[in-house]
Design a protein around this ligand. Structure first.
Ligand code: PEP
Ligand code: MG
Length: 898
């Protein structure tokens, strides 16, 4: 097996790169694209990549190197030294390298990096000689010891920061840059001392010299330990959490890139930066990013110093040429990758070097805009444009925003780093954010900057607010990835995380922990107090992409809605009908009392009166629904849930009776309640979801479907007389045997015929059924002889196929199954292959029984992009989902067809 791949040029300037961009699974994203950049002639500092597979082998062998791997690395190191004409550790002209992680999927900031590797007590002299800059050299050495100790040996970074602070205090230095070369040399000695005192000799016997642990002087030892640390960081807790969050497999491993160092901190003609070829927040075609003059690598992303915008670079003295070259690189990269790229670069004494590129993360709004613009530019096809937008991401666009009519005072402005608005209590640490969310309260995480340790808090918070860092800072990148609103770089905010408060400079305003604040990541606004939020309208770009998706898709998209407002909303989102109107949702509030009367009374007269009231109410409901969906099909499902869902809980009644008795309550009332409790108790079932519900209700109480069908038919007739075009369809739930459907279909047809003759209009109302029980799916050929349409209720079908209770699934064993990967995903969210098999069987058999059968799905899966793809492949006619998922389903259906 090949474990190591070279990239970059040799000593003669020939490209000796062995990999390319298609090899991400082997070289990781960073390694594959470093190779690709070198292949297309961009300036990449030479180096080599150790494969992801080596990482996994090393990890699965209990952190032991595969045979021969270290020898290969040694050989590639020697080759790199020949290519560079320098040797690692050399006392005259040393080669320094960076050691960086790089997984197949981007995991920004989650794993480890070591810079300046190769410095030791000899090579420091070489670095001084070559740069003629002792201060730079000693600063590099102290950074290396600090980073190596922290990242590779796991020592607390504060040990070193405290030593720097102490030194600054002694010298009366205001900032790090005020420390002299001699100061830094002294710090190096101190750092080595800290290393010796804090690294365990037992854990690292190979580092013990003369009885004490020593900072390793042998560059090959440094390199081996650094690579092992990067391998190990694949399984650190934050990387593991990030993978879980982003559904990245645990067995991919990370590659390790060993690359010649270039320095952005060699003075005022050196710089380092992060940039995007277009604006990743809104998709505008402009150069976007930040840089810092005289700085090294992580300084930009860490948000430690405030950065300058990339567009200014070519106007900075000494950086003009590199700035112009960078803009050419942007164009080269976009034309090559045919997508928006993000890049990391360093300018060393006026010379530009590319350290990384990848297809850049972007907000949903930017994804839409970039896809449309690139199609117009002729860079990509319409099909590609449709494929470029992640349906799940569209959710972001439907995120709340500040109500334009709301009254609020802006207390500070920052950078609009990730769109959407958030309202919550101010919290000042990730742990507090997690605690707040666990207590069921909304919060906004306020930090000076964020770092990967804050991830759990960022997930828990509604939004993120930072006082430091640019639009490519950690907070901004992660927030955009998660779709969480983020305002960053609010310089006026002086945060005191210890005291859990922040002061807005120049205003005297103090934000304390628990104070409600609101942030708008679309505009960069910060408000003290809770601002009213509203949902946004469909933007032009969203409309365009969805129209393009509509051109390709063959799968219809309908909505699940049970009131005229939701029906209208889904119509605005492009729904082509209502796939499921759950009529039980129409029995809330006042109606609940009426249905209770029906359920609890034996007296036929009382019952009939109750049904009469329900008929009137339902007719009104359907008038509203059919009017909103005029001209489009509306599938009305007859009553489905177990009846006790409409009744009080016997346990609550019991408590109330006890209370009444204890407080000497009215005897008659107590007796009445006790009778009621006994009655309800008598109706209780051991497994109500497998009990008297669905079509079984209609068989036991035929008066209920009769009433509902009459309401539907009457509303339909009335609207027809008004000249409208209502298209109701009647759906019978939870059928398991054909005879159930046959019987209820007859009831429905009789009522429809009656109403048609009473009203004097022709009524053509299809009658169909839900397929949500395995028996129905496997006997679908027979059932279809009685059905005009099937709608697969995949919620119940999943419940009954697995035998998992859909109502308990979150709380019970399924989370453990997911954690242990006994299940690859939650089958109630994404359709399981076994359940999908039943759907497929149902469709195929159904068409045997009735060639004209229309088939759709109306479970939650109808709004899940992965499931939409499966349903497209099965050949369903449509999916039906909640109104807000309609745009997403349209896009997913378009993509499924490509
Ligand atoms: C289903 O079971 O998938 C369905 C749509 O019906 P409900 O969720 O109302 O049971
Ligand atoms: Mg159901």
């Amino acid at each position: 097996v090949k474990r190591v791949y070279a990239f970059g040029k040799d000593a003669e300037g020939n490209n000796v790169t062995e990999g390319n961009t298609s090899m991400k699974a082997i070289l990781g994203g960073k390694g594959a694209n470093l190779a690709e950049m070198a292949n297309i002639g961009l300036p990449v500092p030479p180096g080599f990549t150790i494969t992801c597979q080596t990482c996994m082998e090393y990890a699965s062998a209990g952190n032991a190197w595969p045979e021969g791997a270290l020898d290969t690395i040694q050989a590639y190191r020697e080759d790199l030294e020949r290519r560079m004409g320098k040797r690692i550790g050399d006392a005259d002209d040393p080669l320094l390298v960076s050691v960086r992680s790089g997984a197949p999927m981007s995991m920004p900031g989650m794993m480890d990096t070591v810079l300046n590797l190769g410095l030791n007590d000899q090579s420091i002299n070489g670095l001084i000689k070559q740069t003629d800059n002792p201060r730079f050299a000693w600063d590099s050495y102290r950074r290396f010891i600090q980073m190596f100790s922290n990242v590779v040996m796991g020592l607390d970074g504060d040990l070193f920061e405290n030593a720097i602070t102490a030194m600054k205090n002694v010298r009366g230095a205001a900032s790090d840059t005020d420390l002299t070369s001699e100061d830094l040399q002294e710090l190096v000695a101190e750092f080595k001392q800290i290393f010796s005192e804090n690294v365990s000799a037992e854990a690292h016997p190979s580092l013990v010299v003369d009885g004490i642990v020593q900072f390793p002087q042998d560059p090959m030892v440094q390199l081996r330990l650094a690579i092992e640390a990067v391998f190990g960081s694949w399984n650190n807790p934050r990387a593991t959490l990030y993978r879980k969050q982003n559904k990245i497999a645990d067995d991919l491993g990370t590659a390790v890139n060993v690359q010649s160092m270039v320095f952005g901190n060699k003075g005022d003609t050196s710089a380092t930066g992060v940039a995007f070829t277009r604006n990743p927040a809104n998709g505008e075609k402009e150069f976007y990013g930040d840089y810092l003059v005289n700085a090294q690598g992580e300084d930009v992303v860490a948000g430690i110093r405030n950065t300058s915008p990339i567009a200014e670079l070519k106007h900075v003295e000494g950086l003009e040429e590199a700035g112009r070259e960078l803009e050419e690189v942007f164009v080269t990269l976009e034309n090559h990758f045919r997508d928006m790229c993000d890049i990391e670069f360093t300018i060393e004494q006026g010379k530009l070097w590319m350290l990384q590129t990848r297809v850049g993360k972007r907000t949903a709004a930017a994804a839409l805009h970039i896809a449309i613009e690139m199609e117009k530019e002729g860079l990509i096809s319409k099909e590609e444009a449709v494929m470029r937008v992640d349906p799940e991401q569209l959710d972001q666009l439907l995120h709340p925003q500040f109500d334009k009519n709301a009254d609020y005072d802006v207390i500070a402005k920052g950078l609009n780093a990730s769109p959407g608005a958030a309202v919550g209590e101010a919290v000042f640490s990730a742990a507090d954010a997690v605690a707040c969310a666990e207590a069921g309260r909304k919060c906004v995480l306020v930090r000076w900057e964020t770092n990967p340790d804050d991830l759990a808090g960022m997930i828990a918070a509604e939004g993120i607010l930072t006082s430091h860092g640019g639009k490519t800072s950690h907070a901004a990148v992660i927030a955009r990835g998660m779709g969480a609103p983020c305002v960053c770089g609010v310089e006026a905010l002086k945060i005191d995380a210890e005291r859990k408060q922040a002061v807005v400079a120049g205003t005297g305003i103090v934000i304390r922990e628990g104070d409600m604040i609101s942030i708008d990541g679309t505009t960069g606004t910060v408000v003290l107090g809770a601002v009213e939020l509203v949902l946004p309208e469909m933007t032009g770009d969203l409309d365009t992409i969805l129209e393009w998706a509509d051109e390709f898709r063959t799968l219809g998209v309908r909505a699940n809605a049970d009131n005229p407002e939701d029906a209208q909303l889904s119509r605005n989102f492009g729904a082509e009908g209502i796939g499921l109107c759950r009529t039980e949702h129409m029995f809330l509030g006042d109606r609940k009392r009426i249905i209770q009367t029906f359920i609890l009374n034996e007296d036929e007269v009382v019952r009939e009166r109750a049904v009469g009231e329900l008929l009137e109410a339902q007719t009104g409901d359907f008038l509203g629904m059919f009017r909103a969906m005029d001209g489009l099909p509306v599938i009305v499902r007859l009553l489905d849930p177990p009846l006790h869902e409409f009744l009080e809980s016997p346990r609550a009644l019991d408590v109330e009776i006890a209370r009444l008795e204890a407080t000497g309550g009215d005897k008659e009332e107590i007796a009445r309640k006790r009778l009621l409790m006994e009655q309800i108790d008598g109706m209780s079932e051991a497994n109500p979801m497998l009990g008297l519900r669905g079509c079984r209700l209609g068989i036991v109480y035929p008066i209920l479907p009769t009433m509902q069908v009459r309401a539907i038919a009457t509303a339909c007739a009335q609207l027809k007389k008004e000249g409208l075009d209502p298209k109701p369809e009647i759906m019978i739930p939870l059928v398991s045997v054909t005879a159930e459907l046959e019987k209820l279909r007859r009831v429905a047809e009789d009522v429809i015929a009656q109403v048609a003759s009473e009203e004097g209009v022709e009524l053509d109302i299809p009658v169909g059924t839900m397929i949500e029980l395995p028996r129905a799916a496997v006997t679908a050929d027979e059932i279809a002889t009685q059905a005009d349409f099937f709608s697969f209720g995949t919620n119940d079908l999943t419940q009954t196929t697995f035998g998992f209770s859909r109502d308990d699934v979150e709380a019970e064993f399924v989370p453990q199954y997911l954690a242990e990967r006994l299940l690859p995903f939650n089958p109630f969210a994404t359709i399981d292959p076994g359940v999908a098999k039943l759907v497929k069987m149902g469709v195929e058999l159904g068409h045997k029984g009735n060639p004209d059968l229309v088939c759709g799905v109306c479970g939650e899966h109808g709004g899940d992009p992965d499931s939409v793809r499966t349903f497209h492949q099965i050949g369903l006619d449509y999916v039906s989902c909640s109104p807000y998922r309609v745009p997403l389903a349209r896009l997913a259906a378009g993509q499924a067809a490509l």
